[in-house]
Ligand binder design. Structure first.
Ligand code: HEC
Ligand code: HEC
Length: 267
């Protein structure tokens, strides 16, 4: 461990004393360079780690509560709420760990955000669905994550999703920006090292949305991607773009075997 990195004293995450979280697991074959896959949680300071262990201390849970109210509220022209068709968020607990996922009807890989927008526009008659990166959307994804905590990340990368996955893999190893750095240069070759004041993680997304103490807000997966590419002084892709959907599928698959952990707390 590099000088200055904080010691992880307690390496077990059990949320609310009842939901055990797998924060380390053997790497899947296609991510064998990592040996062991590790949640970003294992790289954070003990203070930050502790905030995620109890919902009362996790500021991300405020977003979850807001989304729970929205889930039960009428939206759109049909006078329906999400609950009209889905009972409660808990009935959607398999979603967060298995998305992005191939959608037969639309012939494309969909993220959770795209699926929520699909229900809003095609089933609820909403002309203006939640914006991809809006607070309402991030909160809704946080809700769907919270009810999935402890379930395994297990995204499918074969069959019709394979071409998208390959596109994401290629992006992961592409050097971006004036610094000419790929995701892999930092998160595969240099995780556990310090970069400026940050303890570099493997860049896993099992724990998203993440409440960033620095921003005092929940941050979506693709917003995090955007920030990382910007840090290379590169042109980034748009949130919700096909490129970022592909990258999200690939990065998600590198975490197959970890637990869903969002909303998490990060610095
Ligand atoms: C009129 C009924 C209806 C309403 C209202 C509705 N949905 Fe859906 N939803 C569906 C159906 C039907 C599916 C399955 C479609 C599919 O598999 O592509 C679905 C699928 C989903 C899925 C994916 C489930 C899975 O197992 O892959 C999510 C997540 C979801 N809806 C979230 C929401 C949210 C959030 C809202 C409120 C903003 C909402 N839905 C409102 C009917 C509805
Ligand atoms: C210059 C190095 C660098 C590059 C290149 C980079 N990142 Fe990051 N990334 C960071 C740092 C620093 C952090 C914050 C500390 C951490 O969690 O690793 C971070 C955090 C993340 C996180 C949050 C992890 C968590 O658990 O909170 C994800 C996800 C991520 N990066 C994905 C990516 C992806 C995908 C790419 C390629 C498009 C990328 N990063 C490129 C430096 C980089």
């Amino acid at each position: 461990m590099a000088a200055g990195a904080q010691e992880v004293v307690d390496d077990q995450l059990v949320v609310n004393g009842e939901i055990p979280i797998v924060t380390e697991a053997p790497a899947p074959d296609y991510a064998s360079a990592l040996g062991t896959i590790r949640s970003g949680w294992t790289f954070r300071s003990e203070d930050t780690q502790m905030m995620q262990a109890d919902d009362f201390d996790n500021p991300g849970m405020l977003g979850v509560e807001a989304a729970r109210a929205a889930f039960n509220s009428e939206m759109g022209t049909g006078g329906e709420s999400c609950a009209s068709c889905h009972d409660d968020p808990e009935s959607l607990s398999t979603v967060r760990g298995t998305y992005p996922k191939w959608d037969e009807e639309h012939g494309t890989v969909q993220t959770v955000e795209m699926q929520v927008q699909e229900c809003q526009t095609e089933r609820m008659g909403m002309e203006e669905p939640y914006g991809y990166n809006s607070t309402d959307m991030i909160n809704m994804v946080a809700l769907l994550s919270s009810v999935a905590r402890g379930t395994p990340v297990n995204v499918a990368i074969d069959g019709p999703a394979e071409a998208t996955w390959k596109q994401g893999e290629e992006m992961y190893y592409t050097r971006y920006g004036q610094l000419e750095l790929s995701c892999a240069n930092c998160h595969e070759d240099n995780y556990d090292n310090m970069i400026r004041a940050d303890h570099l993680s493997q860049g896993q997304i099992n724990a998203f949305p993440a409440y960033r103490l620095k921003d005092a807000a929940l941050v979506s997966v693709q917003n995090r991607f955007r920030g990382c590419i910007r840090d290379t002084m590169g042109e980034t892709f748009a949130v919700g773009s096909p490129e970022f959907v592909a990258l999200e599928l690939y990065v998600a698959s590198r975490g197959n075997g970890l637990s869903v952990e969002g909303p998490s707390v990060r610095n």
